[in-house]
Design a protein around this ligand. Sequence first.
Ligand code: CP
Length: 329
Amino acid sequence: MKHFTGINDLGPAGLEAILAKAAAWKAGPHPKHLIDKLLGMVFFNPSLRTRASFEAVMARGGGNAIVLEVGNGVWKLEDRLGAIMDGDRAEHVREAVPVLSRYVDALAVRTFAGGTNDDLDHSDPVMNAFRDLATVPVISMESAREHPCQGLADLLTVRETFGITRKIPVTLAWAPHIKPLPKAVPNSFLLSAAAAGCEVRVAHPKGFELHPSVLAQAEAYAQATGGSVSITHDLDAAVEGSQVIYAKAWGPATGSGLPTDAIKAYPEWMTSPRHLDQARADAIFLHCLPVRRNVEVSDAVLDHARCRVVEEAENRFHVQRAILDWIFE
Ligand code: CP
């Protein structure tokens, strides 16, 4: 049984195959490849793109989806083994996940980082509980560690813009925010770009390091694909000559000593036209969305002719179609 909860479920060759299928299907008619398939979608957190794109994939592919919002008309779920369930979480995943598996052909799950302990978040406890307990395939719609469908959509956007991904210089640019955000999206962009052979530059202020396990995985992919991973605290140096600027806010690393509201403290890291000017003349701007205008990214960048955030969001549909086809093939 296949699962897709991280880029490691595909590896570099699998990622390339998914991008190729997504690109081919994007250019052609929609296949009805999901007839009689039912996807159960479990959300622990809100969504616009992920929910709409997965529902669209299922409907256009001839299948159906049911959506469960945990804590909103659905029992709150406990995932800790041995928990004394005397709080507001009325049902344990040990029952809920096998039960849901009896109704649907695959489960898609969105969880979120706790945000107080990077090691705990990177062990991905809720997503891994679903993986362990489900008797049908599990697909991540974002977890504490990764947002792999987003990473695939990001790389499809790079591929269709430049025709290739290998050796493309891309900058993952930390951005300010009003609150500390999880690291799943930057992790997945880094992992996907390294697995696709890009020259990845990760730029962030000191104290916002990504988890060592993610950096090690990205380094291993880069070695396998001929790409590279470098880390800098100088955004201007990172974007110089880049073909992609990918802005994303994330919170301080556990143990950095920084307060959580340090994420507000670097307004000069907001992506502005100056950064696009420093990049290559054909450079594109990407962001997973939602984006806080004039906090993370300036209006002038988001309204720029080389901003591809809407195309990037559209590509969620195309890569998820390919992922579901791979899951069910
Ligand atoms: N990029 C993304 O996952 O968007 P949503 O949170 O709206 O699903």
